[in-house]
Design a protein around this ligand. Structure first.
Ligand code: AMP
Length: 424
């Protein structure tokens, strides 16, 4: 038997209804907030990611699925979406029509991380990006949208953490302070951190090695080094969040694993997920559009990790399953042929209907209806046809009623609209 590639997974029918529900809710909310969907390819030129995410990051150093195309080009399966969305904004000159764009995209990302619970090599994200606005209310609004989404899904025990990474004006001051701290603590750092310490000292906040984590707790805080403008920007983000009663924690070590962030960064954590507890993350990236060849336009966005979100909702998967509304139990040849016609007519009315073609006994057809968890069974035999009626059985209450054959479809549609569980 040929099996899945390690770190990849199938999303089976028992779970897809929940995925669809979450995605539909996200689309609805994003579109209410004025976002348009953008569909981007899975494959990009490697340089797009090495230039935007940053050469000294885990993603670029160790995790990308990169290969040489037969034509000799170096291509990479996208490890995240922001770089591609920025590329599209720049390449198609979307900014020329209007610099302000709110775009979202839903789909898989690929990172060759060590697989474990909540960490896959192909995982799914919902991404939202806003271009052309540097007002801090946009940052707050994105966070609000994210928290509304989590709220609509009734996720328990989630925490929002925020931070500001400053701008090209104040970041160097912080970097200097951080570098001298790291030099005096180099004895406690792992070999990866020692190597990255000069090139990209911010990355050390992401290191999971216990001695590094402990050391970084005493590291200088970026928030003590912000320039006046960045301090005011961050102050406004916090003020807006408070205005909308969105609780948050400040985490000065929240640098996120990518190089392009400026000012606001944020993450949503769910304690019950264990070690891989980040459900969503994002931030502002004011220099990225320019760095990728576009005009000087700011950007801010987030990514929600769908796999982890679904994991949090796992107990509710059944609620969203689309079970049949009606099972047609047709006994006898004539009834089978009439039932087959009803089946198609009901489906035209968006009723989920099923039938069994094997002409088995009523008892075994009822067993099948039970197995499918149909809300109703429409029973018809040759005798019923002669009498001009069929029997509709409510599988929850076990009540049965006689239904005249004329207008049987609209009768059933009506019953389902008023009583059956599940949406149509
Ligand atoms: P990041 O931009 O790396 O913070 O990713 C945003 C979100 O995507 C995270 O908060 C996770 O929920 C999710 N995510 C990132 N990497 C993985 C992975 N390897 N497996 C599953 N989910 C992931």
């Amino acid at each position: 038997m040929i099996k899945l590639v390690r770190g990849f997974k199938d999303i089976l029918p028992a779970d897809t209804a929940l995925w669809q529900h979450v995605e539909a809710l996200a689309r609805e909310l994003l579109e209410d907030f004025g976002f348009y969907e953008l569909r981007i390819p899975l494959l990009e030129q490697t340089e797009l990611f090495s230039r935007s995410i940053g050469a000294g990051t885990d993603i670029v150093e160790k995790e990308m699925y990169t290969f040489t195309d037969r034509g000799g080009a170096s291509l990479t399966l996208r490890p995240e979406a922001t770089a591609s969305v920025v590329r599209a904004y720049v390449q198609h000159r979307l900014y020329a029509k209007d610099p302000v764009w709110k775009l979202y995209t839903i789909g898989p990302m690929f990172r060759r991380e060590r697989p474990q619970k909540g960490r896959y090599r192909q995982f799914y994200q919902i991404n939202a990006e806003v271009f052309g606005v540097d007002d801090p209310r946009t940052d707050a609004e994105l966070i609000l949208l994210l928290m509304r989404f989590m709220g609509r899904l009734e996720l328990p025990d989630i925490t929002l953490q925020i931070n500001s990474l400053g701008c090209p004006e104040c970041r160097p001051r912080f970097k200097n302070a951080l570098e001298s701290f790291l030099t005096s603590h180099s004895g406690q750092l792992c070999s990866d951190c020692l190597r990255r310490q000069d090139q990209n000292p911010l990355r050390l906040f992401d290191c999971k090695v216990p001695s590094c984590k402990e050391t970084m707790q005493d590291a200088p805080s970026v928030l003590d080094h912000l320039c006046e403008t960045c301090r005011a920007h961050f102050g406004s983000v916090k003020e807006s969040l408070e205005g909308f009663q969105v609780p948050y924690q400040i985490n000065h070590g929240l640098v996120r694993g990518l190089d392009y962030y400026t000012r606001t960064t944020f993450e949503v954590l769910a304690e019950s997920l264990g070690a891989q507890d980040a459900v969503a993350g994002g931030g502002r990236y004011d220099g990225l559009v320019k760095a990728l060849g576009g005009p000087e336009q700011p950007g801010v966005g987030f990514a929600i990790g769908l796999d982890r979100l679904i994991e949090l909702l796992a107990g509710r998967a059944q609620v969203f399953e689309k079970r049949p509304h009606v099972f047609i139990a047709a006994i006898g040849k004539r009834a089978q042929s009439v039932g087959f016609q009803w089946l198609q007519d009901l489906r035209l009315q968006r009723v989920r209907a099923e039938i069994d073609f094997e002409n088995r006994s009523l008892k075994s057809q009822m067993r099948r209806a039970d197995k499918l968890e149909a809300s109703y069974v429409l029973i018809v035999g040759d005798r019923e046809l002669d009498d001009g009626i069929a029997v509709l059985r409510n599988m929850t209450t076990k009540e049965q009623e006689k239904v005249p054959l004329e207008n049987i479809i609209s009768f059933v549609v009506n019953r389902i609209d008023t009583t059956a569980v599940g949406s149509r």
